[in-house]
Design a protein around this ligand. Sequence first.
Ligand SMILES: NC(=O)c1ccc[n+]([C@@H]2O[C@H](COP(=O)([O-])OP(=O)(O)OC[C@H]3O[C@@H](n4cnc5c(N)ncnc54)[C@H](O)[C@@H]3O)[C@@H](O)[C@H]2O)c1
Length: 342
Amino acid sequence: MKTIEINTDVKVSRIIIGDSLKNLSSYIPGGKAIIITDATLFRIYGKDFPPFPVIVMGLGESHKTLETLAYIFERLIEYEADRSTFIIAIGGGIVCDVAGFAASVYMRGLQFGFVSTTLLSQVDASVGGKNGVNFLGYKNMLGVFNQPEFVLVDTGMLQTLDQREFRSGFAEIVKAAAIKDASLFSYLENHHLDALENKSSVMEKLIYEAVLIKSQVVQQDEKEKGERKKLNFGHTFAHAIERKTGMLHGEAVSIGMTLAAAFSVKLGFLQQSESDRISQILSNLKLPTTWESNCSDLVSDMKKDKKREGNALHMVFLKHIGNALIEKISFNQLEKLSYDLC
Ligand SMILES: NC(=O)c1ccc[n+]([C@@H]2O[C@H](COP(=O)([O-])OP(=O)(O)OC[C@H]3O[C@@H](n4cnc5c(N)ncnc54)[C@H](O)[C@@H]3O)[C@@H](O)[C@H]2O)c1
């Protein structure tokens, strides 16, 4: 078991990697607690939950909404939750994003913790304190920055995860390596077969290293003023792809990173051979790197990105594997580049 701490101005958030859901009670401060989860997690793991009331939310991105929040607030009132109640989210990125937001605004904020149950949430979504919901089709349009007291990563829970969901999580590990850690990238290249088989020693290293990268970036720039933007590598494309296709987040990020690497080459930042290594590792991890629509459609959809600044966007490109840069790029420029590439 390993622990990583994120120290921000207001609290120390602990990420515990390798403990079991069965030990969850030991992390919860005394008193009242309420669990928020989804139907699948409740069915598989409900018997191992500590004995607190449970709120079960709907499955999938279509439930990451204000309506679900309203449902959670009604249940919290019904269970007489007050300022001393601790909220525990048990689930993937969707449950953690929604429950973290609910806990942050109910009665102006309750303490909360996560048990992170998908690979994607263990390496990315549950780490870093971004909580929120989608609105009018825009991803994560409403939300807050607020760190959980703890994130418990029980890697054993990955055994029950659907294979497609499991593979989707590797996209965020590739991203962490691509922007910050060339040796982690090489490790992935050398161990992708063991990773795909969920070999525990390999998975624990990958999860630990990816969380370490994210936690260091978050600690440096919690509110995403600069350095944290690098964690969005591939995501500007990915959000547009997710909106258009309903692909899983990690699948869309995989295509988004392939495009962002290709654009990095086109802009003269990155060598073609390094861009090829990125698409190769994603294919080796059985993630998609292409999609049927064309890039100019995608660029027009990117105009809906919440991070757009007038006629331009700040986008993340690569100089090398392990070294990212942030550049402001106009939609005109993007359109021209996409014309050449797709
Ligand atoms: N807050 C952030 O910083 C951040 C970062 C990246 C992604 N996200 C968000 O995360 C969301 C995606 O999260 P996700 O990929 O974890 O998907 P998810 O939360 O929808 O979980 C995927 C599916 O797997 C099931 N599941 C979860 N854990 C399981 C387990 N151990 N065994 C069996 N089934 C299990 C769930 O019930 C669900 O049906 C997106 O909304 C994305 O925007 C947030």
